[in-house]
Design a protein around this ligand. Sequence first.
Ligand code: KG4
Ligand code: ZN
Length: 369
Amino acid sequence: MPGMSKALTILGIETSCDETAAAVLRLQDGQAELVSDVIRTQLEEHAPYLGVVPEIAARAHAELADLTVKAAMHEAGLSYADLDGVAATSGPGLIGGVLVGMMTGKAIAQAAGKPFVAVNHLEGHALSPRLGNDCPFPYLLLLVSGGHCQFLEVRGLGDYRRLGSTIDDAVGEAFDKTAKTLGLGFPGGPAVERLAEGGNADAFDLPRPLLNRPGLDMSFAGLKTAVARAAEDAPQTEDRMRDLCASFQKAVTDVLAVKASRALEAFEPGKGQEKRFVVAGGVAANKAIRAALETVAAEAGARLIAPPLRHCTDNAAMIALAGAERLAAGLISGEAGDLGAGARPRWPLDEAAANTSPVYGTGRRGAKA
Ligand code: KG4
Ligand code: ZN
């Protein structure tokens, strides 16, 4: 491919939710090498509120962005002059944080005379399996995080087809709300998973919304409400909480497994091509969900690829990779790059699908499109 033989060294910056992250990545001949990778979570800042508070996130990003970038550059042993470009998440996400990351990235790019690349956070997730694995295009992607829940066909760089998506809450959001209902703290996913381990998944008959509806759209708001009702109905003994967590996790797992199986059946990678199925996003850390997807993939003759946890949840390595791939392919606005790009709270990967079927509500993190 033209332009791919020159090594590109890119600084990536991620600030769209509650992680302030910076990473330096080298891309040569399509091979990515991570030079540094710094992630500062804001868990402590948000924990008292049992969720991400946008204003607190924006302030924390403002305090941490410079330090995080400096740490990543220091770890890489490079100066800004050594870079070939600077990439920052420009949406979708919490706008205050996105603005901080973009301003930081644009300022460094301008001062160092390097192109700036405006990166779609979802594209970062979509490309994340390419950070460490042999994962050529095309592949089927299930992105399951606190802000996103969608099936995408990743055909190539900048070429995505949305196959289905949640019509209300994201899966991680449902985990977080279940944890909140049960007083388990934040973030909810790991806490719910831990309790679910000792519980009876058949104890509560919870809904599996849209399970039998054709297509790949999903819904988790009704499930979340059903959990809240079940929790109200009786005293929350430790055993009941375990059973409720297990039943909730089973309901989510069933929905994802059935939809994934359907998606894999329809996914045609092309003649002689291996079927690759990637699961990314924070919820991909869940062992029960992973195991179910592993089974579904095996049944469909597909290879399940799950990036390491560090690159499943929000990180800057995936933003640097998306920036580097875009730069290598010449997909930037001009010589100075995307300096004129603005922050976008909503930015669907498949604009056509989002325009023809805008079924998605505004989520807590505003990034479900
Ligand atoms: O990808 P991520 O770090 O941030 C977003 O872009 O949203 O995902 C965070 C989400 C949270 O909702 C968290 O509760 C969920 O991923 N999560 C889990 C687990 N670990 C994190 N959900 C279920 N089981 C887990 N083990
Ligand atoms: Zn994310």
